[in-house]
Design a protein around this ligand. Structure first.
Ligand SMILES: *[C@@H]1O[C@H](CO)[C@@H](O)[C@H](O)[C@H]1NC(C)=O
Ligand SMILES: *[C@@H]1O[C@H](CO)[C@@H](O)[C@H](O)[C@H]1NC(C)=O
Ligand SMILES: *[C@@H]1O[C@H](CO)[C@@H](O)[C@H](O)[C@H]1NC(C)=O
Length: 209
């Protein structure tokens, strides 16, 4: 009797601590010299300035317009994000390019800023939800599902994304299977592809073994 109650209480406390660092202090601007909620310790609040909450890099267009270019505004770029459970990103897609299928640990809201993007995700029933969106339209990608973005327009496209974590992570499916250290015979067994197919994919994505 005692143990379950205690466990629930512990879970509640740790959940509160984890999910809302801002309920025990207003903010926790990252002090990179030690760890704490959200990843880093808190800078002395008396030394915090407005610039700890501002990042101006998204005002600068990407220089290289020949390739997909992502800027991830995480705690390393914006120390005020520490413990706030948010990341911002900007992605630039030249004509005919895209971001192949990948996942994050958390949900992502994508807003098309310029151009025409086909955005989609696949749920746990393998149902694909995808749509072509234009500037000003947005889509929510539910947490953990495989998703993708493709520029299907005739001009370069830009999207902004907001993630529900200051460290959302990114796992690209092709790289996970064919870009890492899984031995080819294992890859064959878990993908049901044959040896030449696995060899081709490994060559393409840089996998060892
Ligand atoms: C583009 O180049 C300029 C000048 O070299 C640089 O200041 C700027 O940071 C670059 N932009 C990006 C997004 O890297
Ligand atoms: C742009 O990126 C491409 C592909 O990575 C590279 O080949 C090219 O040299 C880059 N151009 C500039 C101006 O940096
Ligand atoms: C799951 O997908 C099948 C088709 O593959 C469909 O018939 C079924 O309605 C789907 N179930 C749900 C809950 O979406």
């Amino acid at each position: 009797m005692f143990l379950p109650v205690f466990s629930i209480f512990t879970i509640l406390i740790s959940h509160t601590y984890y999910s809302s660092a801002n309920s025990v202090f207003d903010f926790c601007v990252a002090d990179f010299s030690h760890s704490g909620p959200g990843g880093y310790g808190c800078k002395d609040p008396t030394t915090v300035t407005v610039d700890n909450f501002v990042y101006s890099g998204l005002a600068i267009p990407n220089n290289n317009t020949t390739k997909v270019d992502n800027i991830i505004v995480d705690t390393n770029k914006l120390p005020g994000l520490n413990g706030m459970g948010v990341t911002m990103a900007r992605a630039y897609f030249p004509v005919g390019t895209g971001d192949p299928v990948h996942t994050h640990r958390v949900s992502e809201a994508v807003v098309v800023n310029q151009g025409t993007l086909l955005i989609g995700f696949i749920d746990s029933n393998n149902t694909a939800y995808y749509k072509t969106l234009n500037a000003g339209e947005m889509m929510i990608i539910p947490h953990t599902f495989m998703h993708f973005i493709i520029n299907v327009g005739s001009t370069p496209a830009i999207a902004y994304g907001a993630f529900g974590s200051e460290i959302p992570g990114k796992q690209s499916i092709n790289n996970a299977f064919y870009g890492g250290n899984l031995p080819s015979d294992l890859v064959e067994k878990i993908t049901l592809l044959d040896s030449p197919q696995v060899h081709n994919f490994k060559k393409r994505f840089g996998g060892t073994n």
